[in-house]
Ligand binder design. Structure first.
Ligand code: PMP
Length: 381
């Protein structure tokens, strides 16, 4: 026996995003529109609550499922903002980021050999998470002509009906696409008809600019077949705190906690104190950050239009997903980085359906954004 990676680990390539960051790190004067995290610091009150918890010596593990106080706040928050009713004792699990929740769901709720349909382009962790759990993946590439929404037609044509589970995320990373309540209802009907469970990544739920977010779990007949993932990384700009949560019926949360209690014990304690404060007192900051993202979004969309670059009006998260002016978006991204020092990520890094597009993150201050857009304009000229 040697310390070689196990086969299922070896079969997963390194993240396509990473190569760009490595290249970018070696260069000066880079403007990065490549990052998938807020450029804001966490709200001060949340940081202060973290500091205070440390000063008071609150440095032990918490309950496996997370501090009850926090689970209560999460239940209230989700009821008020997304119309979801989950019991803090049995139906909420506090995790080390939404990422941990997703990983737990793949391993705790699916068996090796089960099939999961993954709507793509998508966050880079879903396919590896499924693979690590021994679960087979059906690619469900959404289409530019549908503005990267998930449609019944796409689900049907890709064979998703035969899968055991569906993973999707709206507002979406990398496209910034959102789906209306009616559009989500179509997906819900498809899942009920074909008996699929749903893993709904709602981490960007509070970053929508044209219409309110609809949680699939709030639709008739969906709560019992859905796990919802959310967290503090995006809307609250708390990525480094590593705090998220999963919500689902008791049996599912119990199964996920079965792994979590052995592998993680409990989510970071300091972060849980910060999160309680965030939910109690930092909603105004979320609104203010969302307003700034929206200003930047409009600016970016207008600039692409001026440049004659096709870009659907993404209405959520902090990404635009323009069509690449060159045939090969990987080559374009690399040349733009080398020649103009602007980093963005080719859509192919996010799986099926992403090729030929570029992910442009506007989690960057407006002055940098202006300079980056000017550089892109001079590059394509
Ligand atoms: N889901 C999506 C769609 C994301 O974009 C990200 C972060 N880039 C995550 C989950 C991970 O979130 P967390 O920090 O809560 O693990």
């Amino acid at each position: 026996m040697t310390l070689e990676p196990a086969t299922r680990v070896d079969s997963v390539p390194p993240s396509g995003i990473r190569r760009f960051f490595e290249l970018a790190e070696e260069m000066d004067d880079i403007i990065s529109l490549g990052v998938g995290e807020p450029d804001f610091s966490a709200p001060w009150a949340a940081r202060e609550a973290a500091i205070a918890s440390l000063e008071r010596g609150r440095t032990s593990y918490t309950a496996n499922r997370g501090k009850r106080e926090l689970r209560e706040r999460i239940a209230d928050y989700e009821a008020a903002t997304h119309g979801l009713q989950y019991d803090p004792d049995e139906e909420i699990l506090v995790t080390a980021g939404a990422s941990e929740g997703l990983d737990l769901a793949f391993r705790a709720l699916l068996n090796p050999g089960d099939t999961v349909a993954i709507a793509q382009p998508c966050y880079v962790s879903y396919v590896p998470g499924a693979t690590f759990a021994g679960v087979d993946v059906v690619d469900v590439p959404t289409r530019a002509e549908d503005e990267f929404k998930l449609t019944r037609e796409v689900l049907e044509s890709t064979g998703a009906a035969d899968a055991d589970a569906l993973v999707y995320c709206y507002p979406n990373n990398p496209t910034g696409a959102t789906m209306t309540g009616d559009e989500i209802a179509e997906v819900a009907a498809f899942c009920r008809e074909n008996d699929l469970v749903v893993f709904a990544d709602e981490i960007y739920a509070d970053l929508t600019y044209e219409h309110e977010h609809t949680s699939i779990a709030s639709l008739p007949g969906m709560r019992e077949r859905t796990v919802v993932f959310n967290g503090f990384s995006k809307a609250f700009a708390m990525t480094g705190f590593r705090l998220g949560y999963a919500m689902a019926p008791p049996e599912a949360i119990e199964a996920m906690n079965r792994i979590h209690q052995y592998s993680m014990l409990s989510a970071p304690t300091t972060a849980q104190y910060a999160a309680i404060e965030a939910l109690d007192n930092c909603r105004d900051e979320v609104t203010e950050m969302a307003a700034q993202y929206d200003r930047r979004r409009k600016y970016v969309l207008t600039r692409f239009e001026e440049m004659g670059i096709d870009c659907f009006p993404a209405a959520g998260a902090f990404y635009a997903f323009p069509e690449c002016p060159w045939d090969d978006a990987d080559e374009f991204a690399e040349a733009l980085l080398q020649e103009k020092r602007v980093a963005l990520v080719p859509g192919s890094a996010f799986g099926a359906g992403g090729a030929g597009h570029l992910r442009v993150s506007y989690a960057t201050g407006l002055s940098d954004l202006k300079e980056a857009m000017a550089r892109i304009e001079s590059f394509i000229e």
